[in-house]
Ligand binder design. Structure first.
Ligand code: AMP
Length: 284
């Protein structure tokens, strides 16, 4: 049975009571409009911990005034059914007023890792994410927290935040869930026109090609990144925001193709930005 909480106090009390009984808590923070990607995080939390909990909150702090906050897709009934189906026991669905006293005077920021890529394109974004994640961790208490590799820079930032501030949270990264054509599932895919949706699988296709190229001896960073850039420039509907080979932990740009790297990509279709990434592990 899924318990639905609209207050921070109710959610916190339920999870405190579970921990007092010696049970572990698994947490999945989301913005709702849930799909099988979110479902995979919930299933992992339900399998690996005793009590799976989730939050559904479209966080205004992580949207710039020009971004899609008011049109962000929502379907709470469907979300609650999906969460229950994936073994979630407690869900927090707070109002904006419940989450943030006005004005918001305290915010959290993580430097370095947030400055390039998404941070460069969306200057307010990671401060808003770091603040809401800190708040959600604080109101949940000690837990395992499940995040998708789909938002790779966000995952890297959350790992660093937890380590730097000694939060009682074990961060668990989960693989990207894709549609049959390879497109990473995202709540924002509903914004794509039919033509854009038809072209969008080029992200994953070009990442796979780049991954194969990275295994060749002597290949350069430029050549690996060019596989993605060339595929995007051949598609009239698509514009490349970035396609960059980076260290998998620090997200510093790679000087040479090597082990433990990640190729990060963001492609714009009209005003919709799609993110994807892939592990790169050159054997050379
Ligand atoms: P969001 O609701 O977009 O804020 O996403 C909530 C969580 O679900 C984040 O940790 C995302 O990385 C994760 N997530 C979103 N899409 C996917 C996907 N296709 N596969 C795996 N995790 C995902």
């Amino acid at each position: 049975m899924l318990a639905i909480h609209d207050t921070i106090a109710g959610f916190r009390e339920a999870l405190d009571a579970s921990r007092r009984q010696g049970l572990t808590v698994g947490l999945v923070p989301t913005m709702g409009y849930l799909h099988a990607g979110h479902g995979s995080l919930m299933a992992a939390a339900a399998e690996q911990t005793d009590v799976a909990a989730a939050t559904i909150f479209v966080n205004p702090l992580q949207f710039a005034p020009s971004e899609d906050l008011s049109d962000y897709p929502r379907d709470l009934d469907r979300d609650l059914a999906l969460a229950e189906r994936h073994g979630v026991a407690h869900v927090l669905v707070p109002s904006v007023e419940e989450m943030y006293p006005t004005p918001v005077l305290s915010q959290v920021s993580v430097s370095g890792i947030t400055e390039r890529f998404e941070g460069a394109h969306r200057p307010e974004h990671f401060g808003g994410v770091a603040t809401v994640v800190t708040k959600i961790f604080s109101l949940t208490g000690p837990c395992h927290a499940y995040f998708g590799e789909k938002d790779y820079q966000q995952l890297a930032m959350v790992r660093r935040l937890v380590a730097d501030l000694s939060m009682p949270v074990k961060v668990v990264g989960c693989p990207i869930v894709r549609g049959v054509d390879g497109l990473a599932l995202s709540s924002r895919n509903v914004y794509l026109t039919d033509a854009q949706r038809g072209a969008a699988p080029l992200l994953h296709r070009s990442l796979l090609e780049a991954q194969t190229m990275a295994e060749q001896e002597g290949v350069t960073v430029k050549a690996v990144e060019a596989v993605v850039a060339d595929a995007v420039s051949a598609e009239p509907e698509a514009v490349l925001d970035y396609g960059a080979l980076v260290d998998a932990d620090s997200l510093e740009p790679a000087a040479a193709v090597g082990r433990s790297q990640r190729l990060l990509v963001c492609v714009r279709f009209g005003s919709t930005r799609l993110l994807d990434n892939i592990a790169i592990a050159s054997p050379h």
